[in-house]
Write a protein that binds this ligand. Structure first.
Ligand SMILES: Nc1nc2c(ncn2[C@@H]2O[C@H](COP(=O)(O)OP(=O)(O)O)[C@@H](O)[C@H]2O)c(=O)[nH]1
Ligand SMILES: [Mg+2]
Length: 297
């Protein structure tokens, strides 16, 4: 299985919070900035935080997104070959931003490249269209610092919600979540949501490929390069027996533009992902354990 084994170069060479799902605390607007080499939970040092932002033609949305970003240690924008001013706008808004150009196509490949480039102890993934609220980042960070390995956003648990999801996508997501929970012994309430955070030291469990060139097929994507990435992350986190805790999240409407996701074709890719990842004999029975009523994986 391909793995992340080297960091993708930046586009320009040297350019260079806890919430268990039962408690909703006020969200702080600032995150710790004190740097540490590696900060396991409880070690007494503040972990560094990298925010990964996959973006494809999101120039008009970035000002809204970046205006709501709390202070973090690193922002990595992964450009998908935008034909608008996404990169220029990002650099103007955040001169300290790191811009990475993905090497294949799709949001999944963008995230794989962004994860590989990140240097923080904690990796947070947010969208560039205004739908995932950066003000929620401290909740994800706090959840990790309280002991979780993987903080999984959920629109459908207590205090979650969405102004963006269509009825078709909601129904599909529900069915897929039920299927995964039955097959994998998990308790996900929102399988196909892309607002998550995890400790960078767990990146290897996802076995993502950020280096192979685009295949010579019709869409130039490898498996995992598309919107099935969220499902892939969730299934591999569960299989690795990570401590997965859901974090309530409210998904706003995309501000400008339209979604790149096709409910049918991308839904089918998620279904195929579930089939491919389901290896009953390798499942780890321990992940069915539920602790504090909050562990879902
Ligand atoms: N770099 C990159 N970003 C992408 C790609 N496809 C989608 N995105 C970004 O991923 C995020 C979610 O995509 P979106 O089209 O809104 O899908 P939806 O939220 O599932 O409806 C947005 O920030 C997009 O700009 C891609 O192929 N490459
Ligand atoms: Mg969106």
């Amino acid at each position: 299985m391909p793995t992340v084994d080297r960091v993708l170069s930046d586009e320009t060479a040297d350019e260079t919070g806890a919430e268990r799902s039962t408690v909703h605390r006020p969200i702080a607007h600032r995150l710790p900035t004190h740097r540490s080499a590696a900060a396991p939970p409880g070690a007494g040092t503040e972990p560094t935080v990298s925010v990964i932002v996959p973006a494809l033609n999101e120039a008009r949305n970035l000002p809204h997104v970046f205006a709501r970003l709390p202070e973090v240690d690193e922002i990595v924008l992964v450009d998908g070959g935008s034909t608008d001013d996404t990169v220029a706008v990002a650099r103007r808004l955040r001169p300290d931003i790191r811009v990475v150009r993905q090497n294949r196509r799709g949001k999944g490949n963008a995230l794989a490249c962004g994860f590989a480039a990140a240097t923080g102890d904690i990796i947070v993934m947010i969208d560039a269209d205004g739908s995932t609220d950066p003000l929620e980042i401290p909740s994800f960070v706090q959840t990790l610092r309280a002991g979780a390995d993987f903080a999984k956003g959920s629109r459908f648990g207590p205090r979650g919600g969405s102004a963006d999801i269509t009825r078709l996508r909601r129904a599909g997501n529900k069915c897929l979540s039920v299927l995964v929970n039955a097959l994998f012994g998990t308790r996900y309430s929102d399988l196909c949501y892309g607002y998550n955070a995890f400790w960078a030291r767990h990146l290897h469990v996802f076995a993502l490929d950020s280096t192979s060139p685009a295949p010579d097929n019709a869409d130039g994507r490898l498996w995992g390069d598309g919107f099935e990435i969220e499902t892939l992350l969730n299934l591999r986190a569960a299989r690795a027996d990570l401590d997965i805790v859901e974090v309530p999240s409210f998904e706003h409407s995309r501000i400008h533009g339209v979604s790149n996701l096709n409910a049918f074709t991308d839904g089918m890719r998620v279904l195929r992902t579930i089939a491919r990842e389901w290896r009953p004999r390798q499942r780890n029975a321990a992940k069915t354990e539920v602790r504090d009523g909050a562990r879902v994986g």
